[in-house]
Design a protein around this ligand. Structure first.
Ligand SMILES: NC(=O)c1ccc[n+]([C@@H]2O[C@H](COP(=O)([O-])OP(=O)(O)OC[C@H]3O[C@@H](n4cnc5c(N)ncnc54)[C@H](O)[C@@H]3O)[C@@H](O)[C@H]2O)c1
Length: 379
């Protein structure tokens, strides 16, 4: 089926960006929200973004007008979904709300319409069972901001037709994005399964090793080739996003992360990172600020625990055939900005040493650290 008409449900952080990139790829987009004021704000943001692209000569004024005309904002669900070939749902991450939204869609769109959820953490198969079309239901996980982030995880549920996965993958490519297939509907999919547990592990490292956050972050940046430190990245992402994702992931799979209480403490205190001026670090103004991380500070810290947890989860994904190694590397590069492939880092740091370190942690702090069989097999 050729996808021409898209409906995006929810015009917030993700929805307006998804609408914009779809419109820029030539699709006709109905953008739906529950109140006109949200749609006005979303259209304003899209116009601002297109103006920036015009100023930078990336697109012409005529292009910008054409893209805007490709988007119809509406609060009317029936009008929004009537002609949709693909409905992308980007309403807040709340299972009961999503359940209500999928309930409202029943009977409104053609039986051929594909439903795709942009959920970060909810199980695709469970969401699909809320509809009468699990075979035409799929996860399409864009990263924030969708206008800039190249990566999109495509996640078929248990009942998703293979052809739907192919169509959605082709759709993602048509947006000039890079799809990776998360072949199994696992907690955290690919990127969050690696990233979120590291925030908790960095906190345990702090407790265990009595060093400063800057020292751990410097080691993450300079020894693991991350674009920034892990506490810094958590502050940038938002402690609300991290806490909610951790909670949902932990609910589905107890082995994926070792919950550290400080994440909830910060969330409860509304210390959410950059956006509230305080999270792990304190920030001065509204502008984005970088923490002073240096190679010298990095040299003071052995990064084995953090790399070990990342490598263990990466190994789990490969062992369970959730994704190919090529897709894992692409996802970590484009989703987390990792400049070096994870198993290259493992090998550089000494695989045997890393496994020994994990065995030691397993002995002292429990099963969570048990080295994965795949990781042991590459020693
Ligand atoms: N923010 C991120 O970094 C990020 C990244 C990847 C995926 N996601 C996922 O994307 C989804 C949306 O997140 P967000 O950050 O854009 O949320 P958001 O709160 O910024 O936006 C959600 C929008 O949905 C609207 N909405 C509420 N009920 C609705 C309904 N019944 N019909 C249509 N619209 C409705 C809200 O008014 C709001 O404008 C979530 O599932 C989230 O997990 C978020």
């Amino acid at each position: 089926m050729a996808i021409k008409n898209i409906t995006v449900l929810g015009s917030g952080i993700m929805g307006h960006g998804i609408a914009q990139v779809s419109a820029m790829a030539g699709y006709k987009v109905n953008l739906r929200d529950i109140d006109q004021k949200f749609l006005n704000k979303a259209m304003q943001k899209i116009k601002w973004s297109l103006e920036k692209l015009t100023e930078k000569s990336k697109i012409t004024k005529m292009d910008a007008e054409k893209y805007i005309n490709n988007i119809t904002p509406t609060v009317d669900l029936k009008t929004a979904t009537k002609e949709a070939d693909l409905i992308i749902e980007a309403v807040p991450e709340d299972f009961n709300l999503k359940k209500k939204v999928y309930g409202e869609l029943e009977g409104l769109s053609s039986e051929n319409t594909i439903f795709a959820s942009n959920t970060s953490t909810l199980p695709i198969s469970e969401l699909s069972s809320l509809t009468s079309r699990p075979q035409k239901f799929i996860g399409i996980h864009f990263f924030n901001p969708p206008q800039l982030m190249k990566l999109v995880e495509v996640i078929p549920g248990i009942g998703t037709d293979e052809i739907v996965t192919k169509e959605l993958t082709a759709f993602v490519k048509s947006l000039n994005k890079q799809p990776v297939i998360c072949k199994k509907d696992v907690s955290g999919f690919i990127v969050n399964r690696i990233f979120i547990p590291l925030v908790h592990e960095a906190l345990y490292s702090l407790d265990r090793d009595h060093v400063s956050m800057e020292i751990i972050d410097s080691a993450v940046k300079y020894k693991l080739d991350f674009p920034m430190g892990i506490f810094e990245l958590a502050d940038y992402t938002g402690l609300d996003v991290i806490y909610k994702a951790s909670f949902e992931m932990n609910l589905r799979d107890k082995n994926v992360l070792r919950m550290h209480p400080s994440v909830k403490v910060l969330f409860d205190k509304n210390e959410l990172g950059q956006k509230t001026g305080k999270g792990f670090y304190t920030y001065q103004g509204e502008n984005y600020e970088r923490i002073n991380l240096t190679p010298e500070k990095a040299s003071q810290y052995d990064i084995s625990s953090i790399l070990g947890v990342a490598a263990n989860n990466a190994s789990w994904l490969l062992e369970n055939e959730v994704c190919t190694k090529a897709d894992l590397d692409t996802a970590l590069k484009l989703g987390m900005g990792m400049k070096t492939e994870i198993f290259e880092l493992v090998s550089k740091n000494g695989t045997e040493k890393l496994v020994r370190h994990l065995l030691e942690l397993e002995k002292c702090e429990g099963d969570f650290y048990k080295p994965n069989d795949y990781l042991r097999s590459i020693v």
